[in-house]
Design a protein around this ligand. Structure first.
Ligand code: NKO
Length: 208
């Protein structure tokens, strides 16, 4: 249990790094008070433009990748055969990494337990654990976005795909349960967007 707790703690702190907040702050903007008030890549792009938005997206994806890949590399080395690829402990290490990072991003200890919606960070971690569902979700994200021009709707559709598709593949119970819970968490984090979508007041993305 100790390696799992250490992994969650490490991933949580890493995920908590509020890159969206910091990048905007360097430009003199408090991202928590403008646009959708979300410290994610989308809102940084909306308020500050393409460059800063892409930087935040890349950094948020990287923190998901790093938090997840670290236990996948360290567990077999430190714990030996009981945590090699294919074991429950190995899967649990990866799950602790991605879940810790998304919780950190969403409830950052550097932002008074506020944070983003976890889309980019989850995408980075899931890419390491289940590349195929992640690719399908990414394609669905792009299609939904260009069809609707709602970033939030695209993210919700991608999260639903992450929650559902792994059950039809052979990842095993540990990863499947994680994917469903993570997908649901990302959807719940979009509750304000969902209200706006239903009220017809959600922000539509138009080319700048
Ligand atoms: O400001 O409330 P807002 O309109 O900013 O923002 C809503 C938005 C918040 O999310 C972000 C991150 C944007 C990342 C877009 C990259 C899409 C790449 C597709 C990844 C597919 C895997 C998804 C896994 C979800 C669990 O939604």
């Amino acid at each position: 249990i100790t390696p799992i707790l250490l992994t969650v703690a490490f991933a949580y702190v890493l995920g908590s790094l509020p890159f969206g907040y910091w990048v905007a702050k360097r430009k003199g903007v408090n991202i928590l008070e403008v646009g959708s008030k979300n410290p994610g890549a989308t809102n940084v792009k909306r308020v500050l433009g393409k460059g800063p938005g892409n930087v935040v997206f890349a950094l948020d994806v990287c923190k998901g990748i790093f938090a997840t890949i670290t236990p996948l590399i360290v567990f077999p080395i430190v714990l030996g055969d009981s945590a090699r690829s294919g074991t429950f402990l190995y899967d649990l290490g990866g799950v602790a990494g991605v879940v810790g990072a998304v919780l950190g991003h969403s409830f950052s200890c550097f932002l008074g337990f506020r944070g983003g919606k976890g889309v980019a960070t989850a995408a980075g971690g899931l890419l390491m654990l289940m590349p195929l569902p992640c690719l399908v979700a990414a394609v669905a994200w792009v299609v939904t976005f260009f069809a609707s021009r709602f970033v939030s709707l695209a993210s919700i559709v991608a999260a639903a795909i992450i929650a559902i598709t792994p059950w039809f593949l052979s990842f095993g119970m540990t990863l499947n349960v994680m994917a469903t819970l993570l997908g649901l968490l990302v959807i719940v984090r979009h509750h304000a967007n969902i209200s706006r979508l239903m009220a017809g007041t959600e922000h539509r993305w138009d080319r700048k």
